[in-house]
Design a binder for this molecule. Structure first.
Ligand code: FAD
Length: 488
């Protein structure tokens, strides 16, 4: 049996591996000349930059795929756990280093802010409880199959649903349990891990803290692009054909059954088609003649991002791999992103420096800075004015906090922004994570991993269930694996 996959994003590659392992002859068609979609890398003037994701959690989901290769042990995926999850900086001089061990992190919070360490350990315990009880229902199974709700693994989730904080916002829950403005900001920030607003998103998202501050954050030895590179090798070891510069134009449906796709004007037949393209353009471009699920397609988009890739010609000992420079008024920052659809003059700035762990990523004595602020999805804003203004504000903010005139150290620069995120990956409006999770029902409103009326048509990746981010994209492939028959 033949399968065609539209797109070699991480969700597409993971689905290809799983279907090939089930005996399908798999072809992945990727419109770009390279795999990975958002999870890619580039080099510029002696610096290497991971272009998209920088935070790696739940590595076992990648191990799972590496373990499916034909010759076990041949393709390895080396990574290690980080002791430090992030360095946090506030404009008033406050500074906190978060450890991935909850007890050590609690002690650090007690030392810096005078808050009892137990407040933090209890918070992380609660986050872990919510995560462990809810993950099977919300992340690991299709929410669109009745059988899910009768399987024994989801019973604990259903019995504990009232404890998940679905009826309060993340910020309300954080305020109740932490009662400390800076810590509330620190834990509210986890809403941005799926592009949402902590002042609207449901309290269940407080469970995200469990990943970074309990299960831990990890670093692939050669940087984030290693995830794409190794999974492509695993796919190839299973006979998957990855075809680049190959844009799928149409998914062919006959008698409510996917029959293949049109690619460069030619029909390619298949028994099963999986779209890893964002679900919005999948319908609007590839399934134009099919009924459009407008309510799902028109949900609010997640935030997008503005990223400056800077080669910095000196080292900053006070910075680590992941660094956050918080805004003074978090609520106002999110009001700008989600209500005003603009960029606040004082944004929270994330600085990732992979050369702290991979010195070969920059020339000696220098650093490769990935500098990102959350911005609204593209709705036609005047980005040509917004971007230079944001650049100026970021340079002033980070420079002031580090006590340097930062601009003089920037030796090379590249920029990614909502319009280019969309043009490079076809992500609708340049949103990083598909639709936002600002609505308490959002988990149920994401598009399923299968088409409810067209047989043989499936959807993987960050714009469909269970959501965006590397781990969830990998889980979308696992759900498709559960839903599809073995070939032959
Ligand atoms: P995508 O990466 O969206 O790729 C889809 C692919 O399909 C693309 O290669 C595209 O070219 C191809 N395609 C589209 N249409 C067609 C067509 N018609 N024919 C052929 N090919 C087509 N996640 C984390 O876990 N941690 C992070 O730290 C993190 N940070 C991020 C920072 C940035 C700047 C960005 C952009 C994203 C970040 N994310 C992060 C999110 C993460 O990158 C995404 O959720 C994930 O990579 C999306 O994968 P996907 O499978 O949905 O495919």
């Amino acid at each position: 049996m033949r399968a065609i996959i539209v797109g070699a994003g991480i969700g597409g590659i993971a689905t290809a591996i799983r279907l090939a392992k089930k005996g399908y002859q798999v072809e992945v068609h990727e419109q770009n000349s390279y795999p990975g979609g958002k999870l890619t890398a580039f080099e510029q003037d002696g610096f290497r930059f991971d272009a998209g994701p920088s935070l790696f959690t739940l590595p076992e989901l990648v191990d799972d795929l590496v373990g499916l290769q034909e010759l076990p042990g041949q393709i390895d995926f080396p990574y290690y756990k980080l002791d430090e999850s992030c360095r946090y900086f506030w404009d008033d001089g406050a500074h906190l280093i978060a450890n991935t061990d909850p007890v050590k992190f609690g002690n650090e919070v007690e030392k810096v802010f005078g808050i009892d360490a137990k407040v933090i350990t209890q918070y992380i315990k609660d986050a872990s409880f919510k995560y462990e009880k809810s993950a099977t229902l919300f992340l690991e199974k299709s929410l669109h199959k009745t059988s899910t709700f009768f399987s024994k693994e989801v019973i604990p989730a259903i019995l504990n649903i009232y404890r998940f904080g679905l009826f309060e916002t993340m910020h309300q829950l954080n305020h109740k349990s932490l009662k400390h403005a800076k810590l509330e900001q620190l834990f509210d920030r986890f809403a941005t891990y799926n592009g949402s607003d902590p002042y609207q998103a449901p309290g269940i998202l407080t469970s995200i803290a469990n990943l970074e501050l309990n299960k831990g954050t990890f670093y692939p030895k050669e940087g984030m692009h290693q995830i794409t590179e190794r999974l492509v090798k695993v796919a190839e070891s299973l006979g998957v054909k990855l075809i680049y510069n190959s844009s799928v134009e149409k998914i062919i449906v006959e008698n409510k059954q996917a029959k293949g796709a049109t690619i460069n004007g030619e029909f390619h037949s298949a028994d099963l088609v999986v779209s890893n393209m964002d679900v919005y353009p999948t319908y609007k471009r590839l399934l134009q003649d099919q009924p459009q699920p407008e309510a799902i397609l028109n949900q609010e988009r997640s935030s997008s991002a503005l990223i400056f890739y800077w080669g910095i010609n000196r080292e900053f000992k006070e910075l680590g791999l992941h660094n956050i420079f918080f805004s003074k008024d978090y609520k106002e920052e999110f009001r700008h992103i989600f209500k005003l659809k603009s960029v606040h003059h004082d944004p929270t700035v994330y600085v990732n420096i992979s050369s702290k762990h991979s010195p070969e990523d920059s020339p000696e004595g220098m650093e490769n800075w990935f500098v990102m602020v959350n911005v609204p999805a593209n709705s036609g804003q005047d980005w040509d004015s917004i971007i230079p203004e944001a650049r100026k504000n970021i340079i002033a903010k980070v420079g002031n906090r580090l006590n340097v005139a930062l601009e003089q150290y920037i030796t090379t620069e590249n920029i990614l922004e909502p319009r280019t995120i969309e043009s490079k990956t076809s992500s609708y409006k340049g949103a990083l994570y598909g639709s936002s999770s600002n609505n308490r029902y959002s988990a149920f409103l994401r598009h399923p991993n299968f088409h409810q009326k067209i047989k043989g048509l499936y959807f993987s990746g960050g714009s469909v269930h269970p959501g965006g981010g590397i781990p969830l994209c990998l889980l979308s492939a696992k759900i498709i694996d559960d839903l599809t028959p073995h070939a032959s």
